[in-house]
Ligand binder design. Sequence first.
Ligand code: ZN
Length: 482
Amino acid sequence: MTPARRTELFLDALLALLGPGHVQLRDADIAGFTRDWRGRYQGRALALAEPADTAQAAEVVQLCAAHEVALVPQGGNTGLVGGATPDASGRQLLLSLRRLNRIREVSVADGVLVAEAGCVLQTVQQAADQHGMLFPLSLAAEGSATIGGVLSTNAGGTAVLRYGNARSLCLGLEVVTPRGEVWHGLSSLRKDNTGYDLRDLLIGAEGTLGLITAASLHIFPRPAARRTALAQLGHVRDAVELFQHARGALGAGLTGFELMSAHSLQLVRRHFPGLARGFQPDAAWCVLLELSDSEGDEHAQQRLETLLGGALESGLASDVVVAQSLAQARELWALREHIPLAQAQEGLNIKHDISVPISRMAGFVESTAELVMQALPGARLVVFGHLGDGNLHYNVQAPLGADGPEFLARHQELCNRIVHDAAAACGGSFSAEHGVGQLKTPELLRYKSPVALDMMRAIKAALDPQGLFNPGKVLPHLPPGP
Ligand code: ZN
């Protein structure tokens, strides 16, 4: 049988299974799905399949296995490392989970919410809220990122400091295996030591080991009050010192501690001039603190004012603002959340998502800035991120007026080497919360130990022996087996 005939048979079977309304074949209809959010990768797909539920998703996977068609799972398509974009061959099936978008269950007594993979993160937050509970995972793309995507990438965001990343918020999974079987692992147990942790293996696997179709998620009692504040500081080491004070004074109430360079905020002001009018930072760095308080607004306000008043008095901070209303808190957060959008408007840039021990953070920022500026004079550093997690987005924008794509093509490798080597030298990671996707596979090979890589390859080969699940992502293509 010719390859074209085999493809035809596969597509016929897929159409018969899902119906013509849920299999898109024309490039024009698929265009929005074959390009990644950052515009770095443009793939082609054999088709876009949109199963309605787990049973249909399993049948699609069985078809793929029978016809040896590779598949690329996709949620909200907001990933930053090209993990959900098919390759350029036009032979991979894009499998969208968007129709699996039901909240199956909310149990306040168990502190569990069960959501399907295609549920948008914000929808899950709202569902928890309607029950007086909190689902704390929060990130800039929460209006379109999906639960399947945030679990597949083990996303972090702005509340990791208090509640942990996506992995810590997941109690169990429902997964379609590469053989097309369904693993019903939607546990609501906090404790369950019964062998290898399959849940944790699937989380962060970026769709290379199986297809997450639903998850049981931790939800928490909603705090009585939340307060946001912003402090301006001269140096990253001052921000680290303020963080230590804040952790001591606020304990587990400290839910967020975000760092933003003045330059990041200037970009926001340039591209979103309507945001936080009147706020003019004059120091080199700003931090955004969020406090969740179990007593109430006044108590929260007082605790933040005491902490930041002390920072002003000691000269650690040059200016502080405690938001007086929810609206003002939202404005402050909007500044932080618009940094990635402002960067995208400014043009292509070299993104890094590094983590280092907090004690090494200030040294890392200072020495790496020097190395980057020596190698790439005129480059603009856009540094911001989750200082409280030791995670920074250490991004490098082309010099003013320079061509973004050309800058990227010429300098990305050198720039990655400088920043990632510096992180590694501090005992850090080249990917704290974005994953590996296709963008960072070379880094994985460089920075992971051969022993770790061998174990990863063994797991991949055991669970996906045909190599059909998101091939080329995380681990480079496997050599053909014996
Ligand atoms: Zn982040």
